[in-house]
Design a protein around this ligand. Sequence first.
Ligand code: C2E
Ligand code: CA
Ligand code: CA
Ligand code: CA
Length: 276
Amino acid sequence: AKSAGRNNVQFFTASMNQAAKDRHELEGGLHLALEREELELHYQPQVDGLGRVIGAEALLRWQSPDHGLVSPPSFIPLAEETGLILPIGSWVLATACAQLKAWSGDARLCSLQLAVNVSPREFRQSDFAEQVRRIIESSGANPARLKLELTESLVLDNVEDTILKMQTIKKLGIAFSLDDFGTGYSSLSYLTRLPLDQLKIDRSFVLKLPDNVSDGIVTQTIITMAAGLGLNAIAEGVETEVQREFLERHGCHAYQGYLFSRPLPLEEFEGFVFAH
Ligand code: C2E
Ligand code: CA
Ligand code: CA
Ligand code: CA
């Protein structure tokens, strides 16, 4: 038993070393990803009650020559930790704004609103609002077509600072959505103080609709609350027609999820818009 224990320790140490090595390699690759132009944005359609595309969420993809297609959950936390999320976040915003500018010349694409995820570390920069202003200005994009997605934990981290910064950015004409709504643990009192436009109902509530009674109640409550506060509501992770139907019946008329489309590369996304 003793030697087996020692073997386990050795195995554990070896796998720890491997994990540290993997992480180190991934970090090195991520450093070069920007200059090597390995990052791209995919676009997931957001649709209204009639199935028309009203916008998209921009989702980051890393096509690494060494690691293949790396999904955001396996590199965004690392980017956040190392600070690489700052240049990556600027790139995401600049790329999204350049895309909005390119779409502005098309009768159909010009009406889309593009949602961009903002990480806590990006938002916490003292000059974040100024950076957004500069990117909007130099891209020539219409700020009314841009929406920033913030998470509940981000906004609660320092509510006073968050409110001031959001107000500055809102004055530019940019909208805000509160992402993954309902997954935080806070009191709701701050909600009325944030200059929000939209609540995004988290996928975890949508997942078990309509059978799970408590998730149904939470979902209905979020929709009612959004309406009461003059905010629009969108549901993420909509995968089935019965989920969509439940949401629609309870007053939610904007959806995003695999029922409509996965996140798509630019040209496929544009094709999807023209077909719907
Ligand atoms: P999120 O903001 O909650 O984005 C939604 C995630 O759910 C995306 O995963 C999307 O592909 C996935 N999804 C959409 N519809 C469905 C569905 O019907 N079913 C299921 N099972 N999943 C669905 P993705 O692209 O892997 O992104 C994961 C997370 O990474 C995002 O979660 C967001 O927090 C972060 N992320 C992605 N792009 C960026 C970015 O440009 N900047 C920052 N800071 N974070 C990003
Ligand atoms: Ca999001
Ligand atoms: Ca989300
Ligand atoms: Ca979510």
